[in-house]
Design a protein around this ligand. Sequence first.
Ligand SMILES: Cc1cc2nc3c(=O)[nH]c(=O)nc-3n(C[C@H](O)[C@H](O)[C@H](O)COP(=O)(O)O)c2cc1C
Length: 282
Amino acid sequence: MYKTINIKDVGLKETYQLMISGVSPRPIAFVATQDNDGNDNLAPFSYFNAFGSNPPIVGFSPANSGRTGNQKDTLINIRNTNEFSISMVNYNMVEQVSLSSCEYNSNTDEFVKSGFSKKKSSLISPPSVDKSNFIMECKLYDIIELGGKPGSGNLVLGEILCFHVSEKIFDENDKIDPFKLDPISRLGYNFYSRSKSGIFEVHKPKHNGIGFDALPKPILESKSFSGNELAKLAGSKEIPEIDSNYNVFDDLDNQTLVEKIKALLEDMDIDIAWQAVLRLIK
Ligand SMILES: Cc1cc2nc3c(=O)[nH]c(=O)nc-3n(C[C@H](O)[C@H](O)[C@H](O)COP(=O)(O)O)c2cc1C
């Protein structure tokens, strides 16, 4: 038995959920572009794949907003400049990638908000993401509009001009080791997949997160927390006030506080994690 769903009978939202849940897992292109004034823009796209090797072509689809029909900054920038970089996403990047997809306004630099350092490109102007293990510098090959309506895709095809592959991910025979590449892919709803271990969830912030640039310096510079952990804190809407209900944290030493914060972030108890963070930096 199958449940048959005719496109004529469902709305855009259901069609979208069917697309992203069924056509999965999808690799994630982390696309960096520049506007006409040279301001950097960064966003993830999982309507993405590779389509040929001679010339080497990749394609991804920034869709028009389902609500407003507006085009994404990435698409506008590529139309204007013809250039973009794609950084592949590994597990260590995934929470920061999710944070970068918040709807920041077009003059916000998502590299800064999501805490990624920039890697200068060799042949194009937009930079790429320093933490990625596999990067492609691309020039625009073609853009195919797929409907021109709210929710419609715009297939951006790019010709790869050069690859940057981290020395760290080669095996002893100079082949790319998939365990070291550690790629992440996207499924439906909040589900992602880590190729080497399976499905997990990432909860995208429901509002624009404060960003890495608003995190307290001692936390940002501490070596105790991973990018994924910091991104959960940076995804908060604001830094909370100290809440006396959590004064028990005052009695903990720093090492125990760090362990507590890590455990709370793992369980997505972000507000309580902040209460421990505020004690740690006091
Ligand atoms: C993992 C992931 C995959 C995404 N894939 C797409 C996609 O394929 N197409 C799309 O239009 N938006 C996608 N999004 C949402 C965009 O990243 C988001 O709208 C972003 O703000 C666009 O930024 P821009 O306006 O700077 O281009 C995805 C978000 C995440 C977290």
